[in-house]
Write a protein that binds this ligand. Structure first.
Ligand SMILES: NC(=O)c1ccc[n+]([C@@H]2O[C@H](COP(=O)([O-])OP(=O)(O)OC[C@H]3O[C@@H](n4cnc5c(N)ncnc54)[C@H](O)[C@@H]3O)[C@@H](O)[C@H]2O)c1
Ligand SMILES: [Zn+2]
Length: 382
């Protein structure tokens, strides 16, 4: 297998409070701002358009994005994009909004090429309003199609500019802080043990875990704590840089199918699978004597947890994750979410395992699973 031999950070990241004002310095004539009704209600959308006006950029809006966007939302977004002949594309919102804007960009480009025209790529600016997906710096877009989540990966959809303005995340409800924060931790842990991990991505994954264990609980307890907001938002973006380079693993594959089947928020679906996946990757039952277990030991050491052996390190990490999840009010198992009927779960679990096996995140998992392995992980996490 060819080892990954490069590291890319395409996006220019501004991370100071108030950095949304950088919109005033952008160049262009017309922007399409992709967002959602919550961003509109909270006044961020109008604020962004005002900054664009100050830059001499007129703007049209597309605010029909809903969580876990599907192909019909993307198609409507492409229409809005083509109608306004935008040379600037702004995504203002959570991962769902940013991923929609990425898919709009991708399909507008495809359509343009199909007509035999040259696609003039707009300047793409992402302003995240959750601290979770890191989508503002990744080449991933997750779109639902036919009841399943499909991962689109293309370097051309990475944003050119990311504005991390923690003012935009000050009204995020605590439950969303918990879910999205655990998504960040999953990105770090999966990038860390990925078969595509490098020294570059390891450094980012380690810093992410340190920031999440250090500040997520503080932010959950007090969303008005601006230092905690900044640190968790940085963690989210840093983890994005890690996994856009190292890719992810089966925690995400399992979460994509589970989230799509039962409409669970992405970060929560990840959190529900996390311990079972780590135990599987490290082969904890077989003595924790593989590369992934060694990496978990290293991660535990960095977090100042007991880690004299790979087994002790893996167990310490699992305990720390379990403790953090309890502190953040994450249900203890899929059944405890109250959103998954046990009978229905048994009916669809095989299909979910099949879906997860073929997810684009599976090939870089440190241990290649069989469908039966994935089935076991779902049942264990139930
Ligand atoms: N592209 C990537 O690299 C990547 C990585 C992981 C996940 N994803 C995808 O991203 C999506 C999840 O994104 P997310 O976790 O950011 O959640 P989200 O964008 O779906 O938002 C969750 C909820 O929070 C609300 N919200 C967002 N910002 C808010 C704010 N500042 N104040 C109040 N409410 C706010 C939204 O309106 C929504 O109701 C999923 O579809 C997931 O599969 C993408
Ligand atoms: Zn994720």
């Amino acid at each position: 297998m060819i080892k990954r031999d490069h590291f890319i950070i395409k996006t220019k990241v501004y991370f100071n409070k108030g950095s949304m004002q950088m919109l005033k310095c952008m160049k262009g004539h017309c922007a399409l701002v992709v967002s959602d009704s919550i961003m509109e209600e909270l006044g961020y959308l109008e604020q962004a358009r005002e900054f664009l006006r100050e830059a001499g950029i007129s703007s049209a809006i597309f605010t029909d994005v809903r969580p876990d966007p599907d192909a019909s939302i993307v198609a409507a977004g492409v229409k809005a994009y083509e109608a306004c002949h935008a040379d600037v594309l702004v995504a203002l919102g959570g991962g769902s909004v940013i991923d929609t804007a990425k898919a709009v960009l991708y399909f507008a480009g495809q359509r343009s090429m199909a007509r035999g025209e040259r696609f003039e790529k707009p300047c793409f600016i992402a302003i995240p309003s959750t601290s979770g997906t890191g989508s503002e710096v990744t080449n991933f877009s997750v779109i639902s199609a036919n009841g399943a989540k499909k991962v689109l990966i293309d370097d051309d959809i990475s944003p050119d500019v990311a504005l991390l303005d923690s003012i935009c995340i000050q009204h995020v409800p605590p439950a969303v802080i918990a879910d999205t924060g655990l998504d960040v931790l999953t990105h770090a842990l999966e990038a860390y043990v990925s078969t595509d991990a490098t020294d570059f991505t390891d450094a980012l994954a380690e810093k992410t875990a340190e920031l999440i264990f250090g500040h997520l609980k503080t932010l959950y307890d007090d969303p008005s704590n601006s230092d905690a907001r900044d640190r968790v938002q940085n963690a989210s973006c840093i983890a994005g840089v890690a996994f856009t380079n190292a890719n992810l693993g089966i925690n995400h594959s399992l979460a994509h199918a589970l989230g799509a089947a039962f409409h669970l928020p992405h970060g929560r679906a990840n959190a529900l699978m996390m311990e079972a996946v780590i135990e599987f990757n490290a082969d904890l039952a077989g003595g924790a004597n593989n590369d992934a277990a060694w990496k978990y030991q290293k991660m535990a050491e960095n977090l100042n947890l007991p880690a004299r052996t790979p087994k002790e390190g893996t167990v310490s990490l699992l305990r720390a994750i379990g403790w953090l999840k309890r502190e953040l009010g994450i249900p203890q198992g899929i059944h405890a979410t109250g959103r998954v009927d046990p009978e229905l779960f048994e009916k669809v679990v095989e299909g979910m395992a099949e879906e997860a096996l073929h997810d684009r995140c599976t090939p870089t998992n440190p241990v290649q699973p069989t469908k039966e392995d994935l089935l076991r992980l779902y049942r264990k996490s139930f």
